[in-house]
Design a binder for this molecule. Structure first.
Ligand code: PEP
Ligand code: MN
Length: 340
């Protein structure tokens, strides 16, 4: 951050800015910029520019280098490609990760795994540990669910993405998952992010439902700072005043992430909209916006689903959507993955 001062600002105004910066834990260096004094701030945690804007002698506060050092685009201008098995996320194509919200039974999971594979999905999703709004709702099959996921991978060859809720479930999830999911409710859980990073496995980091782009990238920074470079971000809808949709899908974050960071970003229109009839239009829009992948919930009989039934695509809807995505991806020259 650079604080531009009035050319006539007395020394005491400069001293005041320096003291304020040091009180905020920043390093302050007085320089000359275009013939005027300026104070360059570095180090420390991000500070609200408003803290300096109202000080005497200050003309303008110019935000400086991004606080997410490792996640910043400049750290890897060519972009990160996260490899999960033989699947590449961030390589330019749009990869589909699909499956049920929760693993409910052997039959439900294996049937869904086969059908999403046949339709062209490259990863199988399914929660064994489910974060629920109510403590009385189905919280997943736990370890038994993980075993079924491992079995589905064996039968289909699809790598598995599944969520770790806390450090206890993480120690089980890391044994099975090819891509470890950190859900929206845990995006700010620094301890879990660090612990997940240390598994060395790729991490799917979902945006907190009230998190800014900056907060999402800082959460990713926790993982990168542990030496794990394989982070895939996920936009899954944010809380707004809109009531026509479960959350508001913020597709504008896709190009914003691509500009600010080298990390790939996938889009989850299932949780964002909460309605299966909205999933296809938002999937097409996400692909067109440049998403590196789509996370989609599919269920062979959603009316019997134990979680998120209303947003689960029926098998035929999923196949139809995959065909549409293939045509669209071909037109956008991003077709190799969805075309498989
Ligand atoms: C999920 O993908 O299974 C899930 C619970 O999503 P979110 O954390 O985005 O609510
Ligand atoms: Mn769900």
């Amino acid at each position: 951050m650079i604080i531009l001062m009035r050319s006539t600002a007395p020394g005491e105004d400069l001293d005041r800015v320096v003291r304020e910066a040091e009180a905020a834990g920043l390093r302050a260096q007085v320089v000359e910029a275009s013939g005027r004094p300026a104070v360059v701030l570095s180090g420390g945690d991000p500070v609200d520019p408003a803290r300096f804007e109202s000080l005497p002698g200050v003309v303008q506060v110019v935000p400086g280098a991004a606080p997410w050092r490792l996640a910043a685009r400049e750290a890897r201008p060519e972009g990160t490609v996260v490899r999960v098995g033989d699947v590449a996320l961030g390589g330019g194509d749009c990869v589909v990760l699909a499956g049920p919200c929760a693993v409910e039974s052997e039959r439900q999971l294996l049937e869904t795994a086969q059908l999403v594979k046949q339709a062209g999905a490259r990863l199988l999703r399914g929660g064994a540990f489910k974060p629920r709004t109510s403590p009385y709702s189905f919280e997943g099959l736990g370890l038994a669910g993980l075993r079924l996921l491992a079995r589905a991978r064996q039968e289909t060859g699809l790598p598995i993405v599944t969520e770790a809720l806390d450090e206890t479930s993480l120690s089980q999830v890391e044994e099975v998952a090819d891509l470890i999911q950190i859900g929206t409710r845990n995006m700010h859980n620094a301890g879990l992010l660090r612990r997940a990073a240390r598994t060395g496995k790729p991490i799917l980091l979902k945006r907190g439902m009230a998190a800014t782009l900056e907060e999402l990238l800082m959460a990713a920074e926790y993982i990168l700072a542990e030496g794990n470079r394989n982070v895939v971000l996920c936009e899954r809808g944010i809380r707004t005043f809109s009531r026509h949709s479960r959350y508001t899908l913020d597709l504008s974050i896709v190009p914003a992430v691509h500009e600010a960071s080298h990390l790939p970003i996938v889009v989850d229109p299932s949780h964002a909209t909460g309605r299966r009839d909205r999933v296809a239009p938002m999937s097409r829009a996400a692909l067109a916006a440049g998403a590196d992948g789509l996370l989609l919930e599919v269920h062979p009989s959603p009316e019997r689903s134990r979680s998120d039934g209303p947003q689960a695509l029926l098998p035929a809807q999923f196949s139809a959507l995959m065909q549409e995505l293939r045509a669209l991806a071909g037109a956008l020259d991003r077709g190799r993955e969805v075309a498989r």
